[in-house]
Design a protein around this ligand. Structure first.
Ligand SMILES: N[C@@H](CCC(=O)N[C@@H](CS)C(=O)NCC(=O)O)C(=O)O
Length: 280
């Protein structure tokens, strides 16, 4: 990886929580990411964060490092978009632009030159980290929250074989049908809806000819989440999995909201879900 700069390192549960900056080929600017390294990395778990978050959010708030250290799971936490490009208005909205990359490659000006999060993750950051630690796709999983849950599900479905395990917290399941998705897709992909379905987890699941993750997908969703009905729509993904024959464990939790207290409450179950599939 080009010009990898270690910005910070913290001892954590016997491992190391690191933060890096590097010159990204795909984005054309420097990008930051977090990497938790257990004493003996045996698997790699990519966590994609939600709107307004950064490479630090999960590391600081989710409390995943203790079990990750015990299980031998490295945790890669990319940022949620390019930063500092200088596009007019890029930080005006919390649900579009900076902090809201939606884990796809934009095709529309002025975003297309830099907002290339899918290529950045799949063709640059993930392969570099996998190579560094000798952990290939059979030892790699992906999970995420909200916009990052959308990212986890869609990248796993769009790149068969890239990840062996997948899970999500409160994912945006049907972006074609919700305001966050419609705003992002119109801005990044254009008004022609032809390309949109390829980035919608529920629509992608409906195109599967066989269950893509036979060992099962795990989703947790809080029932006191204010975005549940209008933005997240897990019932759409549930219905699509039923059609595709995809095993899905969708757990609906009374009283839990959208934030990191919810994520921290169930993150251990997600690590164990991935460990069971990646480490057998
Ligand atoms: N900025 C929005 C909320 C954005 C939001 O809830 N972001 C979620 C991801 S979609 C998040 O994880 N925020 C960071 C946090 O809760 O620490 C608001 O103020 O209503």
């Amino acid at each position: 990886m080009k010009e990898l700069e270690l910005l910070g390192e913290h001892a954590c549960f016997g491992g190391r929580q690191r933060f890096y900056r590097h010159a990204s080929r795909e984005i054309g600017l420097s990008m930051r990411f977090g990497l938790f390294l257990p004493p003996e990395p045996r698997a790699l778990l990519v966590y994609l964060a939600g709107l307004t978050c950064s490479e630090e959010t999960f590391a600081i708030k989710a409390g995943a490092q203790r079990l990750a250290s015990e299980l031998g799971m490295a945790l890669l936490t990319p940022d949620t978009s390019p930063r500092g490009v200088g596009i007019a208005g890029e930080s005006d909205s919390w649900d579009f632009g900076v902090g809201a990359g939606f884990y796809l490659d934009a095709s529309q000006p002025p975003w297309a030159s830099y907002w290339r999060m899918e290529s950045y993750l799949m063709h640059e950051l993930l392969p570099a980290v996998q190579q560094q630690f000798n952990l290939g796709p059979e030892r790699s999983g992906v999970f995420g929250h909200s916009m990052g849950g959308h990212g986890a599900l869609t990248l796993a479905l769009r790149h068969p074989g890239a990840f062996r395990s997948v899970s999500a917290f409160a994912p945006v399941c049907a972006p074609l049908q919700c305001p966050w998705g419609q705003k992002a897709f119109a801005g990044y992909l254009g008004r022609d809806h032809a390309d949109w379905a390829g980035h919608d987890a529920s629509a992608l699941m409906l195109t599967q000819t066989r269950p893509p993750f036979p060992a099962g997908i795990l989703i947790d969703q809080g029932l006191a989440d204010p975005f549940l009905a209008t933005q997240l729509m897990p019932e759409a993904f549930e219905a699509a999995c039923l059609v595709a024959g995809q095993d899905l464990t969708l757990r609906r939790h009374a009283a839990y909201d959208h934030g990191y207290y919810f994520i921290a409450s169930f993150v251990e179950d997600h690590l164990r879900h991935h460990a069971a599939q990646l480490l057998g």
